[in-house]
Write a protein that binds this ligand. Structure first.
Ligand code: NAP
Ligand code: GLV
Length: 309
């Protein structure tokens, strides 16, 4: 079985070795040197490179090398019957938990404020709030969001979580749907976005949402950059409606040199590193899915193209 692979950032030879160890009958070939494209039914990609979708007429499944699939679904030449399977967790969840906890504690313990004070050589202690006095909200209670809310609960925070369908989590006040969002936001002093980018979530981190948060709230975005309206964020930071933002994802990436976000004192930026997939776990998931598809079974972690995730 020939499988086409394309990823700018990953080591092809390592992937070939790992996949062949699990499925010796697989012939992994690196795009674009793939030989005869006829009969190729599987592709493993971060994003389909130009020409791949038109060259592979017999493609049945795209395996994305990511949890988010927005960059695959927005391909104009994506055939309607092509199945897409994403990675789920693949080693990312504990990394995202670390990142978010780091960001939440940064704001909770006023490190952002002290950083600015230090700049002015000011020694100005502030009262310390206990975690149980702080409300943290998480948008998205999927594989990653669920682990994040659990870790926040274990640190003693008052935690609220929001999803599309109704979810329950021990120790978490959960909300769902558009109405639930506005109810949830009113108390969230720190808001974390772990949503997929879809038609519904694009641009939702905007002025209206910031205004629904308590004054001086903080934002952590680890979903996708296009969920954030950058000008609304800058305005909210400048008026004090928001106190600070930690952004791991931006639009576009890399963030252009001229972006005001680089130098804004209320903004911290990391270059889309909150959580990275692990090769072994990713290969295991894809190998299992190839076996399932070959056996006529439904794919795991298959993407609902109507919902966009
Ligand atoms: P997931 O398991 O599919 O979870 C998605 C969550 O978002 C679910 O709880 C879903 O609700 C909720 N959701 C989707 N659309 C919604 C809407 N319109 N309204 C309310 N809730 C909505 O995804 P995941 O694996 O946790 O990953 C989430 C996202 O994190 C990815 O899509 C990606 O964009 C981002 N990510 C970023 C990094 C990074 O390094 N920055 C790394 C990995 C992932 P239901 O529970 O009702 O389905
Ligand atoms: C990373 O951002 C992912 O979606 O896996």
């Amino acid at each position: 079985v020939k499988v086409v692979f394309h990823s700018a950032g990953l080591d092809f030879e390592c992937w070939k070795r790992l996949l062949q160890r699990q499925l010796p009958e697989i012939d992994l070939v690196a795009w674009p040197e793939i030989g005869d494209p006829r009969g190729v039914r599987y592709a493993i990609v971060w994003q389909p490179p130009p020409g791949l979708l038109t060259a592979l007429h017999d493609l049945e499944v795209i395996f994305t090398l990511s949890a988010g699939v927005d960059h695959v679904l927005d391909q104009p030449d994506l055939p309607a019957d092509l199945q897409i399977a994403r990675l789920s967790d693949a080693g990312m969840t504990p990394q995202m938990v670390e990142y978010v906890i780091c960001g939440v504690l940064h704001f909770h313990r006023d490190f952002d404020v002290y950083q600015r004070e230090q700049h002015h050589r000011r020694w100005q202690p502030r009262p310390v709030l206990e975690s149980k006095e702080r409300t943290v909200g998480v948008l998205g209670l999927g594989v990653i969001g669920a682990a994040v809310v659990d870790s926040l609960v274990s640190l003693g925070f008052r935690v609220r979580g929001w999803s599309r369908s109704r979810q329950t989590r021990t120790g978490v006040a959960t909300y769902h749907g558009p109405d639930g969002l506005w109810q949830m936001l009113a108390a969230c002093e720190i808001l974390i976005c772990l949503l997929p980018l879809t038609a519904t979530t694009r641009g939702m981190l905007n002025r209206e949402l910031f205004d629904a948060l308590p004054r001086g709230a903080c934002l952590i975005n680890c979903g996708r950059g296009a969920q954030l309206v950058e000008t609304d964020l800058l305005e909210a930071l400048d008026t004090g409606q928001l106190r600070g933002a930690l952004l791991d994802v931006l639009e576009p990436e890399p963030l252009p040199q001229h972006s005001p976000l680089w130098r804004h004192p209320g903004v911290r930026i990391t270059p889309h590193v909150a959580a990275q997939t692990r090769n072994e776990q990713s290969v295991t998931q894809i190998a299992e899915n190839i076996c399932r598809h070959e056996a006529g079974q439904a794919l795991l972690n298959s993407v609902d193209r109507d919902l966009g995730y």
